[in-house]
Structure formats: structure tokens, C-alpha cells
Ligand binder design. Structure first.
Ligand code: C5P
Length: 296
């Protein structure tokens, strides 16, 4: 079977403090977009050892194909959880850039869990899949919902956004773009911890801002905010420089997704997309990534 494994963007991200386990608590509105990788999972009948139960091929040689790949990690956890011993060959068509804050690896892992749940006939319910997904990575559970969600805790607590609020996001066109360098997520969080407590947005304040947006009629523009931007922008000056230029020249609302380095711009129906893309290419060169898509 073949599954689309979408990218995500964080429309709102508030890191609220550090936890006893070293991770950070956050409040985030996250939505999948209509763009992503393609994962194919095929059952194999030939015999194999535990080492080769799950295999992975990918068109992008930069993607690790060993146990560090989240597809294989998720598959191993799934196999152990349901006692499934059959082999599965995964093939991944990679389109989501890595080290981008677009959740590509996490999304791939959830696509693998979905495929295995189907192929094995195990029929794990949503709660069981969520708990497996949370063991793979903080950004995995959000991909078990097909639309905009609110994520809390270290990412394991996921609630659908109330429908009236979700409607203000779904279908909205966005331009997603990434320079030819990455930001390491763990580094960005370390910077937050190093500048604590000033860097954090208190949880009560984050919840108040989120509740005010959910209750009101405001569009996606009014929701945007990400307090990882301060620490990331301080080092990677190309990001704020371009976003500021896009805002002043084209009047678009912009943000960074997760810990970057991918950013996005919300597009109105009459936005001059070709001109905006030209401005991105002019600032960041032609090696970066640019994709026009929509919030799913
Ligand atoms: O969970 P995941 O492996 O995706 O996270 C990558 C790194 O980002 C973690 O090792 C941790 O340093 C940091 N992180 C965090 N708090 C979160 C999510 C990630 O501190 N909620």
C-alpha cells in the first residue's frame, strides 16, 4: 500500500518551559499541508531474521537507511507491540526537506505505523497508535489527525482544533521555503534553555493567546507566533532578513516552522506568488526549497 506522508507547519508555537526530563513543554497549533513524501509498504513472504524484518529504500541518498530512521524505529516498535513477525519492505519517495522543522521524519514514521496497522490486520485503535507514535518522537502524534490540531506537553498531547477555528486555517494557501542550511532542533532548544526564563512564554499566557484566537473571528494571520524564532534568528540572520523583506514588499504574514530553518508565508488569493518566489530565490539562492501548497 502507498500512503501520502504530509509535511506540517507550526502556525503557533510557544515553548513554555523546561521539564524535569530535559524536554520542553509547549503549546502549538500545527497543521499538515497538502504536500509530502510518499511511503509504500509491501509485505514480504521470504524468511528473514529479526535484523532484516523491515527494510527501507529511498530515492534520496541523504536519508539514513539504518535503525536511526524513524520509519524503521516505528516499525520495530509496532512489531514488538503486536507480536508481528512478517517482513515489510518500505520504499520512500522523499520530497520534504530534512532539518527543516517540517516534520518529515515524524510524518514518515506515522505513515509506517498506519501501513503496518493495515497490513498486519492488528487494528490498533487511535490511542494505541498515539502511544506508539509518542515513543518514536515528540512530533509524531500530531500526524495521526488529518487536520489542524493543538499540541501540548512535549508533543504527545494532541487535541483537534475546534471546527470553527480549523475552518479558518484549512485550505489556506501557503508558500513553504527553506534555505540551503538546516537548524538542529536540539541546538535550538538548548539556546532556549540557555536564555531562560526570558526566552519562554509562560503557559498561562500561551493558553490565553490561543483561546482568544480560537474564540474570535480572526484569520490565520493573527494566530502566527513562534518563540523559537528569537533564538534561531539571532544566529541565522538570513531568516529574519528575508521574512522582513517579504512582509514589507508583499504584505504577507510570515513565520518559521518549528525550530526552522523552513519558513512560510500565508498567501491571499491575489498574492503575487511568482514575484514572492523570485524574491526568495534572490535572497537565498537557487539551491533552497520552495513549494506552494495549502493547509490540509
Ligand atoms: O523528540 P525529538 O527527537 O523530535 O526531539 C529532538 C530534540 O529536541 C530533543 O532531543 C530535545 O533536545 C528537543 N526537544 C525538546 N522538547 C520538545 C521536543 C524536542 O526539548 N518538546
Amino acid at each position: 500500500m502507498t500512503i501520502l506522508s504530509p509535511a506540517k507547519i507550526n502556525l503557533f508555537l510557544a515553548i513554555t518551559g523546561r521539564r524535569a526530563d530535559g524536554y520542553h513543554d509547549l503549546v502549538s497549533v500545527v497543521a499538515p499541508v497538502a504536500f509530502g513524501d510518499q511511503l509504500t509498504a509491501e509485505s514480504r513472504n521470504e524468511s528473514h531474521g529479526a535484523e532484516s524484518q523491515f527494510t527501507l529504500e529511498c530515492d534520496d541518498l541523504e536519508v539514513p537507511r539504518d535503525g536511526t530512521n524513524l520509519i524503521l524505529k516505528a516499525a520495530r516498535l509496532f512489531g514488538e507491540a503486536v507480536g508481528w513477525k512478517a517482513g515489510v519492505a518500505f520504499r520512500l519517495v522523499k520530497r520534504i526537506p530534512m532539518g527543516a522543522g517540517l516534520g518529515g521524519g515524524s510524518s514518515n514514521a506515522v505513515a509506517a505505523l498506519r501501513a503496518l496497522n493495515h497490513l498486519s490486520g492488528a487494528g490498533l485503535d487511535h490511542g494505541a497508535l498515539t502511544s506508539l507514535a509518542a515513543q518514536v518522537g515528540s512530533d509524531c502524534p500530531l500526524f495521526l489527525h488529518g487536520g489542524p490540531i493543538v499540541m501540548r506537553g512535549r508533543g504527545e498531547r494532541v487535541d483537534p482544533l475546534p471546527e470553527a477555528a480549523a475552518r479558518r486555517l484549512r485550505g489556506r494557501r501557503v508558500l513553504v521555503f527553506k534555505p540551503n542550511f538546516s537548524v538542529r532542533t536540539a541546538w535550538a532548544y538548548e539556546q532556549m534553555a540557555a536564555t531562560a526564563p526570558a526566552s519562554y512564554l509562560p503557559a498561562a499566557e500561551a493558553e490565553r493567546r490561543l483561546a482568544a484566537w480560537v474564540a474570535g473571528p480572526a484569520g490565520a494571520e493573527e494566530l502566527l507566533g513562534n518563540n523559537l524564532e528569537a533564538v534561531v534568528f539571532r544566529k541565522f540572520l538570513a531568516l529574519p532578513a528575508l521574512l522582513e523583506r517579504l512582509r514589507s514588499r508583499f504584505g504577507v504574514a510570515t513565520g518559521m516552522s518549528g525550530s526552522g530553518s523552513a519558513c512560510f508565508a500565508l498567501l491571499s488569493d491575489d498574492a503575487p506568488v511568482a514575484e514572492i518566489i523570485a524574491a526568495i530565490r534572490e535572497a537565498w539562492g537557487t539551491l533552497g526549497f520552495v513549494e506552494t501548497t495549502a493547509i490540509a
